[in-house]
Design a protein around this ligand. Structure first.
Ligand SMILES: *Cc1c(COP(=O)(O)O)cnc(C)c1O
Length: 449
């Protein structure tokens, strides 16, 4: 048993090491269900197939049918670019079997995660008392924050003797991420979508009428700090300024873009975040951590606790203490210490390396945007604010973009998918990987001739 276990561990760690250190891993591409059925079915049965065969199946069939999201020419959606330090440490999170839900069980891990959350809170200008938890992703982060916001509003109304509204309302801009609508559906509340105008930025003067119209029913105003499609940062300062005259919860969805607050050249775009009641950022997007991690921060963590602490007799020993239990701050109970890979990487390299890496992607986005403007036949849809560059090819229809995108992936050259804006098809480069170069991007543009 122990010999075999050691062999399995060696085999798996050796594979993980090879894969992690390889710099020429192909992009790979999805296989069809029929292909995978033919190549990979039958591994699960009463008798095991053994680690050697199972690992070979993964290495030769299953892994090559998964796109390499940290490939420098993966430029779709929002890519991932974990440091090797963070990826390696992710193995440690599993190896130590830390339970990250409670202080009682995981105090050291919770402490380290909280160090990272405190670092982020400082970067965002939130008070020292701010705190929260790492959750699975921005979708759960947004949902958890909005549930806390509703709980807060409901308690406020009750304390003031005012009636609960027939329907609750979340106010957000037209460019808000789909997860806000998804959260509203889960919560069974309405969404008031506020127009954003040509700039794509949500502004306070557009939000105010919604506050006046919906009054007590407003759970929160959601500002987007870096829209997923364009990387546009809402005018958060003007939205936050409404707090002087109106009482509302400001939630900042910065899943992708809030990381850019670490970059000196972009920091000014986020003015107003310091007045947020809650905010999220995904380290698995632009803070160089592996999937999956979203940092959820509350200005006053007490509100998170009121909404999310689970009560059960078998949990009494946890809930009847003053300990900091991460499970109390989001829709979850058992949790992986998913903030630890970022903690290890940030502790190892220091924040300035992060600032430089984020700055470099912003700079590269500007450079390739200039190049696109220079090239006949290409049109920049808008100037990039952060690291997303959206552009069109003259004369191309949806089918042309689709065929081009398929060809790029078939050739294992790049993963760039079509997108669209106001009904017009376009394509975009989302740049978060420090290994992505200007030359790689121009070579992709060359394929559009
Ligand atoms: C990606 C993204 C989300 C969702 O985050 P997941 O980690 O994919 O759940 C939410 N909001 C914005 C602005 C995003 O870019």
């Amino acid at each position: 048993m122990s010999d075999e276990t050691a062999q399995i561990a060696d085999m798996v760690l050796d594979y993980a090491r090879r894969r992690m250190m390889s710099t020429d891993n192909p992009l790979d591409k999805p296989f069809s269900p029929a292909e995978l059925t033919r190549l990979a079915s039958g591994s699960i049965g009463e008798e095991g197939i053994g680690a050697r065969r199972a690992l070979a199946l993964f290495e030769n069939v299953l892994a090559p049918s998964c796109i390499t999201t940290d490939h420098p020419q993966y430029l779709s959606f929002i890519p991932s670019a974990p440091t090797k330090a963070a990826t390696a440490f992710d193995l440690v999170v599993s190896a130590t079997a830390v339970y990250g839900g409670s202080w009682l069980e995981g105090s050291g891990a919770v402490f380290a995660e909280n160090e990272v959350l405190r670092f982020l809170a400082r970067e965002f200008g939130l008070p020292e008392s701010a705190g929260g938890v790492f959750v699975q992703g921005g979708t759960i982060g947004n949902l958890s924050a909005l549930v806390a916001a509703r709980e807060h509003r409901a308690r406020q109304l009750e304390a003031a003797g005012r009636p609960r509204p027939a329907r609750w309302v979340i106010v957000c801009g037209a460019e808000a991420h789909s997860s806000i609508v998804s959260a509203a559906r889960v919560m069974d509340v309405d969404v008031a979508v506020v127009p954003v105008g040509d700039s794509g930025m949500l502004r306070g003067d557009a939000v105010e009428p919604a506050l006046l119209e919906h009054g007590d029913a407003v759970i929160a105003v959601v500002a987007t700090a870096g829209s997923t499609n364009f990387g546009i940062v809402d005018d958060i300062a003007s939205i936050a300024a409404l707090k002087d005259a109106h009482d509302f919860w400001l939630h900042v969805d910065g899943a992708y873009g809030l990381a850019a607050m670490l970059a000196p050249s972009a920091r000014h775009r986020f003015a107003g975040v310091e007045r947020a009641d809650s905010a999220i950022v995904d380290p698995h997007k632009w803070l160089f951590a592996p999937f999956d991690a979203c940092a959820l921060l509350y200005r006053d963590p007490h509100h998170g606790r009121l909404a999310h602490t689970q009560h059960a007799e078998y949990l009494d020993t946890l809930t009847e203490t003053a300990d900091w239990n991460p499970s109390d701050y989001a829709v979850q109970l058992t949790r992986r210490s998913r903030g630890l890979p970022m903690w290890f990487s940030l502790a190892t390299f220091g924040a300035s390396v992060y600032r430089e890496a984020i700055e470099a992607s912003i700079e590269l986005a500007r450079r390739i945007a200039d190049e696109i403007e220079r090239r006949p036949g290409l049109r920049l849809v808008r100037q990039p604010q952060l690291s997303v560059v959206v552009f069109e090819r003259d004369g191309w229809e949806a089918a042309d973009y689709a065929a081009w995108s398929d060809r790029l992936l078939d050739n294992q050259h790049a993963f760039v998918v079509p997108s669209s804006h106001t009904g017009r098809v376009n394509t975009r480069f989302a740049i978060v990987n420090p290994r992505t170069t200007f030359e790689q991007l121009t070579a992709i543009l060359d394929t559009m001739d």
